[in-house]
Design a protein around this ligand. Sequence first.
Ligand SMILES: *Cc1c(COP(=O)(O)O)cnc(C)c1O
Length: 622
Amino acid sequence: MKPIRQLSVVPTLPENLEPLRELALNLWWTWDNEALSLFRHLDSELWEETYHNPVAMLGKISQEQLQAAAKNEVFLAHLDVIHKKFKSYLSAPSWFETHSNNEALSDIKIAYFSMEFGLTECMPLYSGGLGVLAGDHLKSTSYLGLPFVGVGLLYQHGYFRQTLTSDGWQMADYPENDFYNMPIQPEQTPDGDQLLVEVDYPEGKAFAKVWLAQVGRIPLYLLDTNIPENENAELRDITDYLYGGDERMRIKQEILLGIGGYRALAALGIHPTVCHMNEGHAAFLALERIRQLIADNGIGFDEASEATTAGNIFTTHTPVPAGIDWFPPELVRHYFRNYFGSLGISEEKFLGLGRKNPSDHNSEFSPALVALRFSTMSNGVSQLHGHVSRNMWKGLWHNLPVHEVPIKAITNGIHTRSWVSEDMQNLFNRYLGPKWIVDLTNQDVWTQISQIPDTELWRTHERRRERLIAFARQRQSQKRRKRFNQTLTAQNTNQEHEAAAKTLNSAALTIGFARRFATYKRATLLFNDLDRLEKILNDPERPVQLIFAGKAHPHDHEGKVLIQKINKIAGESRFQHKILFIQNYDICVGRYLVEGVDVWLNTPLPPNEASGTSGMKAAQAE
Ligand SMILES: *Cc1c(COP(=O)(O)O)cnc(C)c1O
């Protein structure tokens, strides 16, 4: 059983440094370059050691350093500027406030439920695009000032950390998240007690503790079952891993997210008018909404479902049928046997809610179908994906022609401030004026881009490429050192510098590919003709190099084979120093790559890529 920590480690700070604590606990710092540099300046080594985690950093920093910072006029002035900037960000009238004089919007409250949220590298609560999109959504809604809350799970281990064997085979390990050293805080009841919600499982009653991650103006509530109140280890382990375990674990997590998450909002006094299901994982919230309405008003299932469906929205993310959960009927029976009765419907009717054909008693149950049935609007994440999704789910609306199937398309987006490099943002500030970042879709802003002298634009881009290469080399030498378990002597430090300096070339055309290693993304497409590739990469006048990164799901053998293939080819002498695989793809690696490469490689097999957001990051960042 996992250890349970109850320590609060941030030490007492000198009084004039107190604003640091407030800044550390609001993820606003993740996208404000000046706030990031404030933390980096406090102790750049600790900043790296804690993997860019200001809360852990404040917990580890020595009292002497804090005392020194508290007397350092330059640091204090910087802190004061950032703190004022932060305060004015929070209090400035938002886009929503200035655009919502419409009566109909005055009561709106949106709750966004997602199994994963990718906000920053020190919070590994995401696996890929779905989570990064959810994180970017929170950051964008914070800017817009929408009446918005996020709901998710707080995983003890999160998603895995990737390393490769010397043979290029992916290994997974699961470092433990120490919640008391992350930029989150336990939520409390109005009386100051810890906030717990209850969810019934066949294994017993589970308690979930509610944590808050504050994202600018937006609260994100995260549920954690690894608490002493759960004596049963099976219940305690529900929030152990993201996408770990079998389908029993998956359904338990989805119950916690949808039902527990909706209850957490009620306990916080939040009554959303709109609930957004980010993928089918969150679908059970629709049932809980119905249940609560029935319990509160004594109405029937049909009436309650009609009333709540009007306020539910569903986003589907995958055009690959295998990417969707299908649960066997006995599993659903087992987990909902004490629940369906509270909806006032029979067990078979309940099972039908997740079946393509409700009267087919043998067929499996998909939460995605629950989400489609109980949403007033559903959408795919690009025009093409909308089209593919209408075809995929048309069976649900067999009396409608395909083009009238009510699944629309809203193309994914990114939070620009999180993905455009500081260098490039500064250049834009100088030539486009500081408003470009809040007026991204205004063509007039972008026509001014021709004002930037070519040499200056290119120099800025080259600087980013140099930073990427330096980052890649540093990761390489860390890896080598780990592999040979070296301690640093003067001699091997020199060897190390020499070896690192040969890796990649900061002046060569750099092609980047960083994605999950799902086979349909075809990471190895460039390797179809190795002799031709050899000529291209080794061109004496116009050299080219490739940088790869990405994780295969731990159960995806084929994906791991692709990673190994790339590493084998990278090891051939003709490709030495020209092809590099950076381990452990995450938001930090992703940022360096999209900011530094010349060409972003995107070669999925159509139509399996629903949206592909890394390409959007690269297009904006370069
Ligand atoms: C952007 C991003 C993704 C999603 O990229 P796709 O192009 O949609 O595959 C996945 N993981 C990380 C770490 C990212 O930053």
